[in-house]
Design a protein around this ligand. Structure first.
Ligand SMILES: [Zn+2]
Length: 330
């Protein structure tokens, strides 16, 4: 059995990134839209630790990058996804099929996690969050430089730089970039706890401090975009705000956000990298999860058997797809 049914099910015993609470599940990474309060979670050690901070107690079964784990009828091998610390793609074998689930992934560099590689497969479940042609992001080093220059310029004008970045992953990436450039960063309690977990797993984040009433000397405040207490922070100083997100390239988003600067620092793959993944993985069936329909149409034009899907769709892949694939088996 391979099916999409509140998660990806491969074999009878393995459910991946389920959208509802399960007895046991394999989880790709610690973002809250991928993790639920399952009783038992199979995940990489950093993902288990980041998850524990959010969802409390569960039985964690660590699975390491590059190692293959056997279930009754299937195997699973986590590989780096380049998205956040601990994020994994899952390479699975079931019957005669190689199945890859990318989870949220990125092919370009990210200073806080291992780089992702492309894995050849028969069936590909790919995260297409930015599956629209406008989402081709500038070079990583250029984006880092823009962030550094934003902070530097704000400090030189006597303003307090505020960087909006989600607490898990993006905040630590911003802290790492600015720390390496010689700045201090001041984060929320949650961002600090997550930064400590990063340090434990070898991501050397320099000069990060907990946000307090103390003036943020030579540095930037890093808070999530929905942070409620911004107006209460240093009311006598002018603040200059910057939001780091791939959505910065989406026009309506630019209008929606009242910030001084938007930097398209994304933790998802760019459009061109999505196409590159498909071309090199060369799957016979592609399920595009999340994002836009544009990429599905583009892939079809390129001759691929691609469909848009959601984790919650009920799609029995055995019955329809595997038969169809077998007809064209080489
Ligand atoms: Zn994610």
């Amino acid at each position: 059995m391979i099916e999409l049914n509140c998660g990806i099910r491969v074999g009878s015993e393995l459910i991946i990134d389920p959208t509802r609470v399960q007895e046991a599940a394999a989880v790709s990474h610690a973002h809250s839209d991928h993790i639920k309060r399952h009783k038992t979670i199979f995940a990489t050690p950093p993902t288990l630790e980041l998850a524990r901070y959010y969802i409390g107690d569960f039985t964690g079964v660590p699975i390491e990058y590059g190692k293959t784990y056997n279930f009754n009828s299937s195997t699973i091998r986590p590989e780096p996804a380049g998205h956040i610390l601990g994020s994994a793609q899952f390479v699975m074998d079931y019957s005669d099929y190689r199945i890859v689930y990318t989870g949220d992934f990125k092919l370009s560099p990210n200073d806080t996690c291992a780089p992702a590689e492309i894995h050849k497969c028969d069936i590909l479940f790919i995260d297409t969050t930015f599956g629209k042609k406008r989402f081709n992001f500038p070079d990583y080093n250029y984006l880092k430089q823009r962030l550094i220059e934003f902070v530097d310029a704000a400090i030189h004008s006597g303003d307090i730089p505020i960087i909006f970045a989600y607490n898990c992953g993006k905040a630590q990436e911003v802290m790492k970039i600015l720390g390496d450039a010689g700045f201090n960063t001041y984060g929320t309690e949650t961002a600090m706890a997550n930064a400590d977990i990063h340090s434990k797993y070898g991501v050397d984040i320099k000069n990060y401090h907990e946000l307090s009433q103390q003036y943020p000397e030579n540095g930037a405040i890093v808070v999530p975009p929905n942070y409620k207490f911004l107006d209460d922070l240093f009311p006598n100083y002018h603040k200059r705000t910057c939001f780091t997100t791939g959505w910065a390239l989406y026009r309506s988003y630019i209008r929606m956000r009242y910030v001084d600067e938007l930097i398209p620092l994304s933790d998802h793959a760019s459009y061109n990298d999505l196409i590159r993944y498909v071309e090199e993985a060369n799957p016979r069936k592609i399920y595009c999860l999340f994002g836009f329909k544009d990429i599905v149409d583009d892939l079809k034009m390129r001759g691929y058997n691609a469909v848009k899907a959601t984790m919650a769709n009920r799609k029995n892949i055995d019955r329809y797809v595997l038969k169809e694939m077998d007809m064209f088996r080489e």
